[in-house]
Write a new protein. Structure first.
Length: 172
């Protein structure tokens, strides 16, 4: 459980270290399922990631569903402390589908970055590398990325201030 690191600067000052947590629920679900054939433990993540910080915002970006289990899952996320933000799943006429939250997560991260010390991004999607660099350069804020090691884009690992591997400690 020694995977989470925070800068000594934030730990030694009187200032409460404020974070915004942004979770790409679909990415986490599919990468944990593919790599481990298990589910991500959001309770354990919350416990480990928030022990020494103040959570200013916590958002879980998911796909809306009429499925009872999915609605129960969203309710559990709310109970943990996440604001669950839903988007409809779009099935196109050609059989393809669309249901990702990349733009929404990026917009919220930029909006929140000015008011926090750190953004915690839970996703392995390499498309977020540009976002991470923008937050670091424009706002001078730290970005920690949580992702499944084998399935997280190397560019995202490299650009993050800290990468935390989603491993056994974070699984059900």
């Amino acid at each position: 459980m020694g995977n989470v690191y925070y800068s000594k600067k934030s730990m030694n000052s009187d200032h409460q270290h404020n974070v915004a947590i942004l979770v790409d629920v679909q990415n986490v679900y599919y990468t944990c399922r593919e790599a481990y054939k298990r589910h991500f433990d959001y309770n354990q993540f919350w416990y480990l990631a928030t022990q020494t910080v103040n959570v200013s915002a916590a958002r879980a970006y998911a796909i809306s569903s009429k499925d009872v289990k999915q609605r129960q899952f969203h309710h559990i996320l709310r109970g943990i402390g996440f604001e669950v933000i839903l988007k409809p799943y779009i099935q196109r006429g050609d059989g393809s589908s669309k249901g990702d939250w990349d733009v929404g997560i990026a917009l919220d991260a930029i909006e929140l970055a000015a008011d926090v010390d750190e953004i915690i991004l839970v996703s392995g999607d390499g498309d977020f590398c540009l976002l991470v660099e923008r937050i670091q350069n424009r706002f001078k804020k730290k970005v920690t990325v949580y992702g499944v090691p084998k399935l997280t884009a190397q560019a995202l690992v490299d650009c993050a201030d800290t990468f935390v591997a989603i491993n056994e400690d974070f699984l059900l």
